[in-house]
Write a protein of this length. Structure first.
Ligand code: PEP
Length: 261
């Protein structure tokens, strides 16, 4: 049975004080949900806030997990400004976003580097969330499937079926990230199905058990329809995760969905 989860990507927003308040607000909002509406929730604050967030989360009831937005491909060494996976784990992180389109587009991260980062996260005993997705131009020229499969295959080649079995995949069409434009449930399902089919070619159990999240302008108002799709197992949420009530409503949608087989 696949796990359902919702991840909040806070990007480079907030401040120590604002993010402390956001965690408190989110914990309260999630506490108010009925048992049937509870799902696994992970937040990804900016890296310098991780230790403070970990300390705060430890003192709270409920089960909000801690994730990071990026990681170095290297285990240690002369990499000024980078943070190693083992350091994130020490800070209390259990999950790391890898290959987010903003990293690929703004910081020039290619498939090989992203695959090395997936390996680094696994080596440190954490869960990589491999983000894949096409640009608007690629969608318009019919390249969506080949782009996301190329991105997935690069990670498969690097860490094998065993590594992907300890990973999460997130389909995030670049044209839907932070734009307010969401993929229709049918468009998202089509790509999720293609990704799962590729996993099934490698191993049936891998396909059955790997969570594939959707990300791209998920809101409380569209979450039910997206999460109702058979191959969508939850969400990777940017903007809407900065509002505790909105985000907890999205988490409740994920819990209620019949997504996981
Ligand atoms: C993201 O940053 O991963 C994301 C999906 O952002 P948004 O929800 O704001 O589109």
């Amino acid at each position: 049975m696949r796990r359902k989860l919702v991840i909040g990507n806070w990007k480079m927003h907030g401040s120590l004080e604002a993010n402390h308040a956001l965690i408190s607000g989110l914990a309260k909002a999630l506490e108010r949900l009925s048992e049937a509406d509870k799902t696994q929730v992970v937040i990804c604050p900016v890296s310098v806030h991780l230790a403070a967030a970990a300390q705060q989360l430890n003192g709270l009831p409920g089960q909000i997990g801690l994730g990071a937005q990026n990681v170095s491909h290297a285990a240690s060494g002369a990499y000024t400004g980078e943070v190693a996976a083992s350091m994130l784990a020490e800070a209390g992180v259990t999950l790391v976003l890898v290959g987010h389109s903003e990293r690929r587009e703004l910081f020039g991260e290619g498939d090989a580097l992203v695959a090395d980062k997936v390996a680094a996260v696994l080596d440190a005993g954490m869960t990589p969330v491999l983000c894949v997705g096409e640009s608007l131009a690629q969608r318009q020229t019919g390249e969506t499937e080949s782009v996301v499969l190329r991105q997935l295959n690069a990670a498969v080649q690097r860490v094998g079926v065993e590594g992907i079995a300890r990973s999460i995949v997130a389909y995030e069409p670049i044209w839907a990230i932070g734009t307010g434009e969401t993929a229709t449930p049918e468009q998202a399902q089509e790509v999720h199905e293609a990704l799962r089919k590729r996993l099934a070619e490698l191993d049936e159990d891998l396909a059955a058990n790997t969570p594939i999240l959707y990300g791209g302008s998920v809101k409380a108002s569209n979450a039910d329809a997206l999460f109702a799709q058979p191959d969508i197992d939850g969400g990777l949420v940017g903007g809407a995760s900065l509002d505790a009530e909105e985000f907890s409503a999205i988490c409740a949608s994920s819990a209620r969905s019949g997504a996981s087989a």
